[in-house]
Design a protein. Structure first.
Length: 253
């Protein structure tokens, strides 16, 4: 399916959605920072390309995880904080995703989604919660939602963030990217397939390693198990998708 490991623009998942640096320093207070607070840098990303026998690849991309006033960037997710709710804000959010692919082997072109929606990041004494819901304003007209929990464990100077969550993709979203129509089946030889909605389990692990006072090394791995509504698509290579990254970042305080 995707190369929805999303990101670039400044990058991804969310993706989602990761808990790395669980939150810039001032997120827990009512005050919004009037400067960049968080991390900016670049890293090598291991990206899954899980359709049409394409192979995963490594690429150098920006890394962005910071707050600036009401604006936030969290890898592949960007947006604006609005009203204060709980331990965070109601957020208007957008996600960078590359689930699309070019016409190939008798299959029609799939346009990249344009996911826009709402969400919130809640940092509590029990860990961090990322909740997001998006609607694809491009061709699929489908929805995706996610709930991710991240804890923090400090081992000396190193902070480790285990993550667990679930992603829900609607039938419209999955079928646009993973379905095979009757016409496509005849042209490609792939069996006809109508995808349904799926619940995709996610686990991840991030490590934030200080290099010196202002620089940090982030190492992240995330695995996603595709639910049955998507995993049986004949154009998928496998039912598990991995994302990894190693990034060197400057930490703005």
């Amino acid at each position: 399916m995707k190369t929805s490991i999303v990101f670039t623009l400044s990058l991804l998942c969310a993706a989602p959605a990761m808990a790395q640096q669980a939150a810039p320093d001032s997120i827990g207070s009512a005050a919004l920072p009037d400067r960049i607070v968080g991390d900016l840098g670049a890293g090598v990303y291991h990206l899954e390309r899980n359709v049409l026998d394409k192979s995963a690849h490594n690429t150098l991309l920006p890394y962005a995880y910071f707050d600036y006033g009401r604006f936030f960037a969290r890898l592949d997710t960007f947006g604006i904080k609005t009203a204060r709710i709980g331990a965070g804000y109601l957020e208007l959010a957008a996600r960078v995703s590359f689930d699309g692919f070019d016409a190939e082997r008798g299959l029609q072109h799939r346009s990249n989604p344009i996911p826009l929606g709402i969400g919130t990041f809640q940092e509590t004494p029990y860990g961090a919660f990322f909740l997001n819901a998006f609607y694809d304003f491009n061709q699929s007209h489908g929805t995706l939602a996610e709930a991710i929990y991240a804890a923090q464990v400090d081992v000396g100077p190193v902070s480790i963030y285990p993550q667990v969550g679930v992603e829900r993709r609607s039938a419209n979203y999955n079928n646009y990217f993973l379905g095979v129509s009757a016409a496509e089946s005849a042209a490609s030889g792939y069996r006809q397939y109508h995808a349904g909605a799926s619940n995709n389990a996610i686990v991840g692990l991030s490590a934030d390693i200080p290099v010196n006072a202002d620089w940090r090394l982030n190492v992240t791995w995330r695995r996603k198990w595709l639910g049955s509504g998507a995993a049986d698509s004949p154009i998928l290579n496998h039912k598990i998708e991995d994302m990894g990254l190693v990034a060197l970042n400057y930490h703005f305080k």
